[in-house]
Design a protein around this ligand. Structure first.
Ligand code: NAP
Length: 282
């Protein structure tokens, strides 16, 4: 059996180039506004990276950076203004927010048709009901694109997802169920995790712990999607999966980095363009 390493970077660049070609043809360019609160280092790096990628494809991107003492009412007012601003197509609020701001209230305040992350309850609900949301969370839709790009069969297959976060596990569960997978979602309270993962045709790990998954967790021929982005004790970026240990047992595996990560950013650009298209068709 040979193991195929899924090249997320290649497919992300392919999608980004396609987006650029489409955006080049538009007279009025799509616009994404990113709200950043406070001075968290990692958040600033993520936001800079998103802005850089937007500019590369010709999407206008504005970062509104607020002091960490901004209060919830002020932030809600700003979102209201952005919702009403016809020049703004997509809004992203970088998480985490300071403790005095309720993130659920902020997500709910964003107009569903400008919700580039696909986190608004309207869009999450539509996805769960297998209806058509305005947007779908970026990491799950990036994973689906990769599975399709490699012709990995989803229909009828047992997909085990480890992790039930609102940004990865839950929307991924809906998306794969809508694509006719038999989906099991595991989490920190799951009993007999290894027994369940050993029945997976496709195992998707979104736990956030280096080397959490090794060859004892999987059957032969499994497809492994590693969502984790962690740092090991040498400060090296790792996924959740012990890549070398598991490699010979897999049919497909995503590396970290250059696996799921680049697809997430490609889907953010794709969502921005989709929202622009929806708003301009009305
Ligand atoms: P999260 O909100 O911290 O969720 C982690 C999930 O793992 C939770 O559902 C938790 O269960 C579960 N878990 C923790 N320990 C477990 C255990 N021992 N056994 C089984 N399940 C366990 O994390 P997240 O935001 O989804 O992110 C997960 C990882 O993906 C992180 O490394 C993050 O950096 C990465 N990530 C990558 C991308 C990308 O683009 N590649 C995007 C987003 C996130 P409970 O619910 O019971 O607590």
């Amino acid at each position: 059996m040979t193991t195929t390493i899924i090249d997320g970077l290649y497919y992300a660049n392919k999608i980004i180039n396609e987006i650029k070609t489409k955006v080049d043809k538009l007279k009025i360019k799509p616009k994404l506004v990113v709200i950043l609160v406070g001075n968290d280092n990692a958040s600033q790096i993520y936001v800079n990276n998103k802005q850089k990628r937007c500019l590369e494809v010709g999407i206008m991107s504005e970062v509104l950076h607020f002091d960490e003492n901004i209060n919830q009412t002020e932030l809600l007012d700003i979102i209201k203004q952005l919702n009403e601003d016809t020049e703004v197509n997509a809004i992203l609020v970088q998480m985490p927010l300071p403790k005095h701001i309720n993130p659920d209230k902020i997500v709910e305040a964003i107009s569903p048709v400008k919700d580039v992350d696909g986190f608004h309850p309207y869009n999450v609900g539509k996805l769960a009901l297998n209806m058509t949301p305005y947007s779908i969370a970026c990491t799950p839709s990036g994973i689906l694109k990769l599975l399709n790009a490699y012709n990995i069969k989803i229909n009828g297959k047992h997909v085990v997802i480890i992790g039930r976060s609102n940004i990865v596990g839950r929307p991924l569960m809906s998306l794969l169920l809508n694509n006719n997978a038999t989906v099991t979602v595991c989490h920190s309270k799951t009993e007999n995790l290894k027994e369940i993962t050993n029945t997976a045709d496709i195992l998707i790990s979104a736990v956030g712990k280096s080397n959490f998954i090794n060859s004892a967790f999987v059957k032969h021929n499994v497809c492994i999607i590693d969502v984790g982005i962690n740092r090991d004790k040498n400060n090296k970026i790792t996924g959740d999966v012990d890549f070398n240990d598991i490699f010979d047992k897999c049919s497909f595996i995503t590396p970290v980095p250059k696996g799921v990560g680049p697809m997430t950013i490609a889907m953010l650009l794709q969502n921005t363009l989709n929202l622009y298209d929806i708003q301009n068709k009305k």
